[in-house]
Design a protein around this ligand. Structure first.
Ligand code: RP5
Length: 164
């Protein structure tokens, strides 16, 4: 059996991809393999169960799960695996992602989801946190992560300038 990449990025809908692709791009910058899939808690519940119950045996190490609105996906996946699950609340139109955030963050004690910020920042940070978790057992990745941080630091100008 071919082992899966270490990180799964799952999302409830194609409409989540413009947000979740920031997680994918961040992992690419860190030269980390991932697999991105659409898995909906509401529209494809059996696909979700199949994914979550086999994720560890498939070789995944960390799951990044993004969803919006009534965002049950990260919590439902976390209920079926003991892999770390990082939840990204996708910004919804009606409530600007407040609904997504509260749906993901308010897990009952016993079934953890590491919840990130709403939207792009959350997607980027989910990828960085996944890398940080994996770097505990991967010195080379730890160095790539430190280099990513250093590049970010070096990119911050000391003085502001006008756009024009
Ligand atoms: C959730 O419903 C998805 O995660 C998405 O954020 C939201 C809206 O989905 P679409 O109606 O755009 O497919 O399940």
């Amino acid at each position: 059996m071919v082992s899966s990449p270490p990180i799964a990025i799952v999302m409830g809908s194609q409409s989540d991809w413009p947000t979740m692709r920031f997680a994918a791009e961040t992992l690419e910058a860190l030269r980390l393999d991932y697999e991105a899939r659409i898995v909906s808690a509401h529209r494809t519940p059996l696909r979700m169960v199949d994914f979550a119950t086999t994720a560890r045996d498939d070789g995944f190490k960390v799951i990044i799960a993004g969803a919006g609105g009534a965002a049950h996906l990260p919590g439902m996946i976390a209920s079926m695996t003991t892999l770390p699950v990082l939840g990204v609340p996708v910004e919804s139109k009606a409530l600007h992602g407040q609904d997504s955030l509260l749906s993901i963050v308010q897990m009952p004690g016993g079934v953890p989801v590491g919840t990130l910020a709403i939207g792009k920042a959350g997607a980027i940070n989910a990828a960085l946190l996944a890398a940080s978790i994996l770097s505990l057992a991967d010195e080379d990745l730890a160095e790539r992560l430190a280099e990513w941080r250093a590049r970010q630091t070096n990119a911050v100008a000391e003085f502001p300038k006008d756009d024009d």
